[in-house]
Design a protein around this ligand. Structure first.
Ligand SMILES: *[C@@H]1O[C@H](CO)[C@@H](O)[C@H](O)[C@H]1NC(C)=O
Ligand SMILES: *[C@@H]1O[C@H](CO)[C@@H](O)[C@H](O)[C@H]1NC(C)=O
Ligand SMILES: *[C@@H]1O[C@H](CO)[C@@H](O)[C@H](O)[C@H]1NC(C)=O
Length: 426
């Protein structure tokens, strides 16, 4: 095996170690645009009994359309409930409403919803959320983005996993984390009284965003005066979103517990949350001689006009996914892609990124440094904390490559390029 060394007598040794720091979530592309003109074509209407035991009659699309529960103009989508009729608590399934689930499923992505109004009021339990196969719930996980009950004004975020083994730290977020084992539901309560319910409607809503990567699941809420420019420009970049409302991150292998989610909008009534907590909102009236659960049903059955605010008013929803290429402009323009011939052998200018999990990683900035052979070796060791560096030894400089650590697909990636006309066989 030939030995190589840097010759001090030739031109200055030149080895470039390029660390490409990918900015999280750049390079998102729009994969699904839910506009008012196609919105309802992109959902199925769930008509089974509410899995959360709500006092609700989920109707199909035809009935919803005919009875005015859903509607759209050229720029708005309306999703509401029956506000005209009374029902019998003992013999009726519940108040008519809808539960929409996207025909499309997603793993990872940035989900953005612009809305003016969300459902609220005593007895209501609306949610905008994503969920895997409902028949094996929660095997493929659940992510609750907008959710609450009754007279709540502070949004609740939760994620659910099938098994113990996913926990979150609750750090790096503005909401108050109050549950950390996701098999029981990891949860956070926003401190923003305009993030849900009547408060949300009072400010004409805003934009909610949920970002789901292999490393974390985050939720943001922006009122209309604080919508990030990148969102308005249609090129969302979560690095300019600021601190999230919720940051689900910690000892959790996200890709193991979350996959193939459909997007759901629903408005249910009472049941396992709104019913049980009906007496927690002082404005929600108890029926004498009945508990919170039943009082909720009596209220929902008997007061159609109390549900005037139980509707979603949506401008648009967009789903972005990260499908960017793996090599940056900086890297490709700086480095030749063909091997550099060195003293009868070959070195490769090499850059590669985000090789784990078949994902591509965006790269928008590059940091280059020029260094010496020994520094190169130690830099390699330094960067290998987040990367498995597979390379032949210096003694056999045929080629090397950089492989990302599984589970770190979006944080950063390193490309190592080695160029020299001064390496030579000894
Ligand atoms: C929708 O529901 C109504 C009321 O239950 C029913 O009569 C109708 O057949 C359903 N339509 C479809 C397309 O399933
Ligand atoms: C409302 O949505 C339907 C599709 O569900 C579409 O055909 C129709 O054009 C939309 N109406 C307007 C005014 O955009
Ligand atoms: C919302 O959060 C704020 C701040 O934590 C709290 O003071 C307020 O009581 C909460 N409101 C409701 C309705 O929970």
């Amino acid at each position: 095996m030939p030995q190589y060394r840097f010759s001090p007598v030739r031109a200055a040794p030149l080895i470039l170690l390029a660390t490409l720091l990918s900015r999280v979530s750049a390079d998102y592309v729009l994969v699904d645009d839910y506009e008012p003109s196609n919105f309802f074509d992109k959902f199925d209407f769930f008509t089974a009994n509410d899995p959360t035991q709500g006092y609700v009659d989920y109707v199909n699309q035809t009935s919803a359309q005919e009875d005015g529960l859903i509607g759209n103009t050229s720029d708005r989508v309306y999703i509401g409930v029956d506000t005209k009729n009374t029902y019998n608590v003992y013999s009726d399934r519940g108040r008519p409403s809808v539960r929409l689930q996207s025909t499309q499923s997603y793993t990872h992505g940035l989900f953005i919803l612009d809305l003016n109004h969300m459902p609220y009021g005593c007895g209501t339990w609306p949610a905008w959320w994503t969920v895997g196969d409902i028949n094996t719930w929660p095997a493929d996980g659940e992510i609750d983005i907008i959710e609450g009950v009754n007279a709540n004004q502070n949004n609740t975020n939760k994620i659910y996993t099938a098994n113990k083994g996913c926990s979150i730290t609750g750090r790096g977020q503005s909401a108050i984390a109050d549950a950390f084992d996701c098999s029981q539901g990891c949860g956070s309560q926003s401190t923003n009284p305009y993030s849900y319910g009547a408060g949300f409607g009072m400010i004409s809503g805003g934009v909610y965003a949920m970002e789901w990567t292999s490393d974390y699941i985050r939720v943001w809420f922006f009122d209309r005066s604080n919508i990030p420019r990148s969102i308005s420009a249609g090129q969302p970049d979560s690095s300019d979103f600021g601190m999230p409302m919720s940051n689900f991150q910690g000892a959790c292998d996200i890709d193991r517990y979350f996959r193939n989610h459909k997007i759901v909008f629903d408005i249910t009534f009472c049941g396992t949350w709104a019913g049980q907590a009906f007496n927690a909102s002082p404005s929600c009236p108890l029926t004498p001689g009945h508990d919170a659960w039943d009082s909720c049903k009596f209220y929902v059955a008997g007061n159609p006009s109390a549900f005037q605010n139980a509707y979603w008013d949506i401008n648009w929803m967009r789903v972005y996914q990260n499908t960017g290429g793996s090599s940056s402009a900086a890297a490709s323009s700086s480095y030749p892609s063909t091997p550099i011939s060195v003293a009868g052998s070959s070195f490769f200018g090499s850059s590669s990124g985000d090789l784990a999990l078949g994902q591509s990683s965006p790269t928008t900035s590059a940091l280059f440094f020029q260094t010496s052979a020994s520094f190169f070796a130690s830099s390699l060791a330094a960067t290998s904390s987040s990367f498995v560096v597979v390379h032949s030894s210096f003694a056999v400089p045929s080629s090397f490559s950089v492989v990302q650590t599984p589970g770190k697909p979006y944080n950063s990636f390193t490309a190592v390029a080695l160029f020299s006309d001064t390496l030579q066989a000894r």
